[in-house]
Design a protein around this ligand. Structure first.
Ligand SMILES: Cc1cc2nc3c(=O)[nH]c(=O)nc-3n(C[C@H](O)[C@H](O)[C@H](O)COP(=O)(O)OP(=O)(O)OC[C@H]3O[C@@H](n4cnc5c(N)ncnc54)[C@H](O)[C@@H]3O)c2cc1C
Length: 423
């Protein structure tokens, strides 16, 4: 689904719930009753925004194909924050109204359900921002985040009890509950499908000191060069958490590959993977592929292991003999992180319009370019930027720095496409 269609549908949903709420509200003379009306409206909006979080994180394929999973998770975070602000306003205005009207707060059982849901959402959202700073691992944070699936039904019961039977709002909440159940069933089905079609490791190849390519065979699926997968490894009976990795293989191959670099507790164990080990793979995801654009002059800018989607694209372009002009800028600290060198040389021989520029930021004796990828360097090799599409991939710090350099040389935003190796 295109992003534009998503926004149209979401706006229509907001208008519908607003209409449903207006049709049940009793507007009278301007007095403190309006505080009560406002608090109810904020509750309605809050629940809609929180519901959208589940839609955006459910990995629904039709939605993902327009957005890319990373952008969906980005929106997921914003919808969560907006939803929480509405819920906080709802709670605050409820308390103010009750105090002004009755001198105390009425606490029915559904009041407590709302409080539990709100505090739970607040904790999980705060952890999403703070988990690194307070020393919680990504996996532990993710498991805590799953509690939101239990909290949302509490929020739904809370609003359901407040909607008068037979009103449009009452039926809308029923529809939300059904949609929520369908989302959970969809996720469970996805997991079931993935688990019943395990892949097998067919090769583990060292590419550099801390970089390994792992290849798999199993159920075939079509993907675009540059897309990524979500993978769990099953080794010695122990199932790893799910991690995202770009498919470094070309879609033209009869097997799939990923190329992880050691960066933390899971990637440090990649080298222990053995031929015959099993993996559960959920794919493909992402929209980072030149095939998604009408692009003929491609500029690939990679930072470190951010080379993987470009390897997939280059392999594909080379094998399909596509008449494209490709320039690769690849920044690394030093040559110990280089991999795929023979293949890159082969592309240079085979593809007439391919050139690659290697840049080292911390190797004084490197005979080629040194320093960082910046506007000056890009213009040195590409004096004419007109008509070029820029693809940027790497760690967030490098990627942000490159984006700033591209803005300096006035590359239009519509010509820059990027993949962050971080959700
Ligand atoms: C779309 C995408 C494609 C990627 N492709 C590659 C690739 O081709 N090669 C490569 O080396 N790396 C790739 N990565 C990065 C890779 O996923 C992380 O380096 C890896 O998950 C880190 O796990 P860890 O336990 O070793 O490290 P940790 O130290 O636990 O994590 C380092 C950081 O990685 C992220 N991370 C950790 N676990 C997960 C997870 N389960 N899901 C999502 N993010 C996580 C978090 O931001 C965390 O702070 C990609 C990431 C994304 C989002």
């Amino acid at each position: 689904m295109k992003i534009r269609i998503f926004w149209v549908v979401f706006t229509a949903l907001l208008l519908l719930v607003t209409y449903a709420w207006v049709s049940t509200a009793h507007f009278g003379p301007l007095d403190i009753f309006y505080i009560r009306l406002a608090n109810q409206f904020f509750a309605v909006l809050g629940v809609v925004f929180i519901f959208m979080q589940f839609v955006l994180s459910a990995r629904i394929k039709t939605l993902e194909e327009g957005f890319g999973l990373d952008k969906m998770l980005h929106y997921h975070r914003y919808f969560g924050r907006i939803g929480l602000i509405f819920l906080a306003l709802h709670g605050l205005l409820y308390i103010i109204y009750e105090l002004l009207e009755f001198g105390g707060v009425m606490t029915h059982f559904y009041f407590w359900l709302g409080i539990i849901a709100f505090i739970g959402f607040l904790i999980t959202a705060s952890l999403a921002v703070l988990y690194k700073r307070i020393g919680i691992t990504y996996e532990a944070w993710k498991n805590i985040h799953l509690f939101n699936y239990v909290l949302f039904p509490l929020a739904l019961i809370h609003v359901f009890y407040n909607a008068s039977t037979g009103t449009l709002l009452y039926y809308l909440w029923i529809a939300f509950a059904v949609a929520y159940a369908l989302i959970i069933l969809y996720r469970v089905y996805q997991i079931y499908r993935m688990r019943s079609n395990p892949y097998q490791v067919i090769e583990v190849k060292q590419e550099a000191e801390d970089i390994w390519t792992v290849s798999f065979k199993g159920r075939e699926f079509s993907y675009k060069p540059g897309q990524f997968l979500m993978m769990q490894l099953l080794r010695d009976g122990v199932l790893s958490p799910s991690h995202p990795f770009t498919l470094s293989s070309s879609p033209t191959w009869d097997h799939i590959s990923i190329t992880p670099k050691e960066s933390g507790d899971f990637t440090a164990t990649i080298k222990e993977t053995k031929v015959g080990d099993k993996a559960f793979i959920d794919a493909p995801y992402g929209v980072f592929s030149f095939l998604n654009y009408d692009a003929h002059e491609l500029v690939f800018i990679a930072g470190g292991i951010g080379i993987t989607p470009f390897m997939s694209m280059l392999r594909y372009i080379s094998e399909k003999q596509l008449p494209l002009e490709v320039t690769l800028f690849w920044g690394n600290k030093d040559e110990s992180s280089l991999c795929f060198q023979e293949e890159l040389e082969m592309f240079q021989e085979k593809m007439h319009n391919f050139s690659s520029i290697l840049i080292m930021s911390k190797q004084k004796n490197w005979p080629g370019e040194q320093g960082r990828i910046n506007a000056q360097l890009i213009q040195k090799y590409l004096p004419d930027l007109e008509g070029k599409d820029f693809f940027v991939c790497g760690p967030p710090a490098m990627s942000n720095a490159v984006m700033a350099e591209l803005q300096k040389i006035k590359v239009p935003a519509s010509k820059i496409h990027r993949e962050l190796f971080d959700f």
